[in-house]
Design a protein around this ligand. Structure first.
Ligand SMILES: [Ca+2]
Ligand SMILES: [Ca+2]
Length: 216
């Protein structure tokens, strides 16, 4: 029986369904790629290989020097670190309808054979990073054995965010490191806004009033 009250109940049920936590997979081929990036729908591989350094990029596109990469990823003069040289990144701009999080799985391996440069004593272990809205943090520092893990962001406010993930050569341009990124997902939390509660309570009151009128 499709009465206005019935339609209202169905509409409210759909609204309640929309309040449940909602995770959405992100197609990695829709992200903006900088440098040596190979991507398919669910996974991507990023390296620090640049043709100018005598290296062979996996994708055919050379890694970018930091002087090109930083202004592309990080407006406002933020850097990827004074010890970084060349690398690659993926950037993603997304809008959250409510507070939420971003997550992905990662792996990091390197062709470096030394942890430190014998001459300078500086670390040669390359670094992967994430950035949110221009603020950079370290995802993982390479070790001579491959690593992997899961990343979960802090809670991001409702609105538009700019995220990037990438890998950089540290303290020289050699010793190619490879960052794998997979299963990138954005999840909106289940906490309804006060306005939503007000609408639900108002809707229930309307239904109650109609049912009372129909059944005197
Ligand atoms: Ca390199
Ligand atoms: Ca390196």
């Amino acid at each position: 029986m499709r009465t206005p009250a019935f339609s209202l109940i169905v509409g409210m049920a759909l609204g309640l369904t929309g309040l449940a936590a909602h995770a959405q997979s992100v197609n990695l081929t829709t992200l903006t790629a900088y440098g040596d990036v190979s991507a398919n729908t669910t996974s991507a591989s990023l390296t620090t290989a640049a043709i100018e350094s005598g290296e062979t990029p996996s994708s055919g596109s050379s890694a970018w020097f930091y002087t090109e990469l930083e202004p592309a990823l990080l407006p406002g003069g933020t850097t990827l670190g004074a010890d970084t040289f060349e690398g690659s990144a993926l950037a993603y701009e997304f809008t959250l309808s409510a507070p939420g999080t971003l997550s992905f799985n990662w792996s990091l391996s390197t062709a470096e054979t030394l942890e430190t440069d014998p001459a300078s004593g500086l670390s040669l272990l390359d670094r992967s990073f994430v950035s949110f809205d221009g603020a950079v943090s370290t995802l993982a520092t390479a070790s001579l054995t491959p690593q992997n893990g899961s990343y979960l962001s802090g809670v991001l406010g409702a609105g538009t965010h700019r995220f990037s993930v990438g890998v950089m050569d540290v303290n020289d341009v050699l010793g190619v490191s490879t960052l794998g990124v997979s299963n990138l997902s954005v999840s909106v939390s289940a906490v309804p806004e006060p306005e939503t509660y007000a609408l639900l309570i108002g809707g229930l009151a309307v239904i109650g009033a109609r049912l009372r009128r129909r059944n005197p």
